[in-house]
Design a protein around this ligand. Structure first.
Ligand SMILES: [Zn+2]
Length: 489
């Protein structure tokens, strides 16, 4: 058994979706914009320009902190963090050093547990990952290195974009848990509507710190920079965990922090520059932005702006009778959870239908969710499921009707009428089908009567086939059993 202990801490950079950049009025949405088209003297760092802090970015940061249980100090300030790099025109980044907007806090990582094989009851287990702080800073520009050229290009559209940095305590104990933490955090950011938190678009990037301990000895801390997908976070950490463990005895006692990059094509990490210590950045207070203070009232007003968070929604769904895993699946897709909530009642069967059939149908039809929702508001699904519950249509037919609803936008009742899809519950009609099939298979009837009751399945299949799946299963089973047992003619 391995007695190695893995210690992981994360620093997550999240792009806030404000209208304008952090310290100037340039458009903050650079998607599809021409390089260097969203710039001004401030974000180009022209001499004599002055930064003005974006209030909405600060509010979003504080709201995130409140939602994650952070303390909000009454006074905060910005600082200059110096380093030289071609994508940073000022030669320093405006960040926060010793007085961030949010301190402490935590993110709950949850696991669904099933009691055991025979008892499928589900419960949620949680682990709390503490946060150290959340601060606000500006992003740098973006460098591209054209293949085969001896120069690089810089695009400063991203320079000055507000970045919220969330720093955890080293509480994470495995690469899988790091990934789960990221997923929980991303979801919270989406619910708070402070960021689109789309990792593919680089809205969320992660630096991960990992070290291994055994018998009071620790490996050096490895920082893996710029991980931009959940999968890469887990892969890179798993690679380092293995590397550090395998070579554990040979690590020198004091090595400080080592920075490595991740090659996602090869799935390996590689050595980069040595991490600069905090002092190397020559932090000092940003002289052009006075300290920022918040009153109790202002903080409470921001608290009121926070709508429901994922955990609260999940709890509400579960309390309404929706099974834990279904509730979790829906909460992870905010648009589907909201769709369910437009119904008058939160029902389990409706939740299951949305998490399974609606998701599948949208993927198959390749339509946008908005378009789907216009054609099929949730009330129509509720109607459809009521028809199943009342025995008017079978579950199989319900799926067929649902597909028709997506195409035509018609209500279930009209489609049933148009296509003659009512379930056959009429005993007379079903009896004649049963009689016919029983008559055609006397040998199977014999088998049944001699105790091989599994042949019932064959009869049910045949009858369903000849009624195009419309036979009401309850009525069918009852009549068939009576017939085979010889209680009816
Ligand atoms: Zn600007």
């Amino acid at each position: 058994m391995s007695d190695f202990k893995t210690t992981i801490g994360l620093e997550i950079h999240c792009q806030l979706k404000t209208k304008s950049k952090m310290f100037c009025s340039c458009d903050n949405n650079a998607e599809n914009a021409e390089p260097n088209s969203l710039v001004c003297p401030v974000c180009l760092a022209m001499p004599g320009t002055l930064p003005v802090a974006n209030r909405s970015a600060i509010e979003m940061t504080i709201m995130t902190g409140l939602a994650l249980g952070c303390d909000i100090p009454s006074e905060s300030k910005f600082d200059r963090k110096h380093y030289f790099y071609p994508d940073l025109p000022k030669g320093y980044q405006i960040s926060q050093y010793d007085k961030p907007f949010c301190k402490g806090g935590e993110v709950e990582v949850s696991y669904i547990r099933t009691a055991n094989e025979t008892n499928s009851e589900q419960r949620i287990e949680t682990r709390k990952i503490r946060l150290n702080r959340i601060h606000l800073e500006e992003d740098a520009g973006k460098l591209t290195h054209p293949a085969g050229k001896d120069y690089s290009l810089v695009d400063l559209n991203r320079a000055g974009t507000p970045l919220m940095e969330i720093v955890t305590e080293p509480d994470i104990t495995s690469p899988a848990e790091a990934r789960q933490f990221m997923e929980e955090l991303q979801l919270a950011l989406k619910y708070l509507k402070v960021s689109d938190a789309d990792m593919e678009k680089g809205h969320v990037r992660c630096d991960a710190n990992i070290s291994i301990q055994k018998d009071g000895k620790s490996s050096p801390i490895i920082e893996i920079k710029n991980l931009n997908s959940f999968k890469f976070v887990e892969q890179a950490l798993a690679f380092e965990e293995k590397r550090l463990t395998a070579d554990f005895e040979n690590w020198p006692e004091k090595m400080g922090k080592i920075t490595r990059g991740f090659d996602s094509n090869k799935g390996i990490t590689f050595e980069q520059r040595r991490k600069e210590e905090a002092a190397d950045y020559r932090y000092f207070p940003e002289p052009d932005i006075p300290p920022i203070s918040f009153s109790e009232t202002e903080i409470n007003d921001l608290r009121l702006k926070i709508k429901e968070l994922p955990k609260q929604k999940q709890k509400k769904f579960i309390e309404a009778g929706i099974r834990v895993d279904v509730a979790e699946k829906l909460v992870r897709q905010p648009h589907l959870a909201e769709y369910l909530e437009t119904s008058t009642q939160l029902k389990h069967d409706l939740a299951v239908f949305i998490s399974e059939e609606v998701t599948r149908a949208i993927a198959e039809h390749q339509i946008l969710f908005e378009e789907y929702q216009t054609k099929v508001p949730v009330t129509k699904i509720a109607d459809l499921l009521n028809l199943v519950a009342e025995g008017i249509i079978s579950k199989t037919v319900a799926k067929e009707i649902f597909y028709e609803m997506i195409v035509t936008g018609e209500v279930p009742a009209d489609i049933i009428k148009k296509k003659g899809l009512e379930q056959v519950s009429d005993t007379g009609e079903l009896e004649s089908v049963i009689n016919q099939i029983v008559k055609e298979n006397p040998d199977l009837v014999e088998k049944y009567r001699s105790g091989k009751i599994q042949v019932v399945g064959f009869f049910v299949g045949k009858i369903m086939q000849s009624t195009s799946g419309k036979a009401n299963p309850q009525v069918l089973n009852k009549l068939l059993k009576e017939k085979l047992d010889g209680h009816s003619a």
